[in-house]
Ligand binder design. Structure first.
Ligand SMILES: [Zn+2]
Length: 81
């Protein structure tokens, strides 16, 4: 199945209306690795990463992804001699 241009524009409008000026989950997950590294390194968050943090405070799904990612990163770090 493929969407028509009209259907796509309706969908885009819906997305824009439900999440004004906020990240969606895809954007959040795109930045997850960078956010986790910055978090672990204790570096200050840039604007984009602050938005990731805000999104995760409101989105248990992405928060869960982040925790899993963090565990994976720590696991890798533990294995390094
Ligand atoms: Zn999310």
């Amino acid at each position: 199945m493929s969407l028509t241009r009209k259907q796509i524009s309706i969908l885009m409008q819906l997305v824009a209306e439900t999440s004004p000026d906020k990240l969606d989950c895809t954007d959040c997950l795109d930045h997850l690795a960078e956010f986790a590294e910055t978090h672990l390194a204790g570096r200050p968050l840039c604007d984009a990463l602050s938005e990731v943090q805000t999104h995760m405070q409101n989105c248990p799904c992405c928060e869960h992804e982040f925790q899993s990612f963090l565990e994976a990163l720590k696991g890798i770090a533990d294995d390094t001699p």
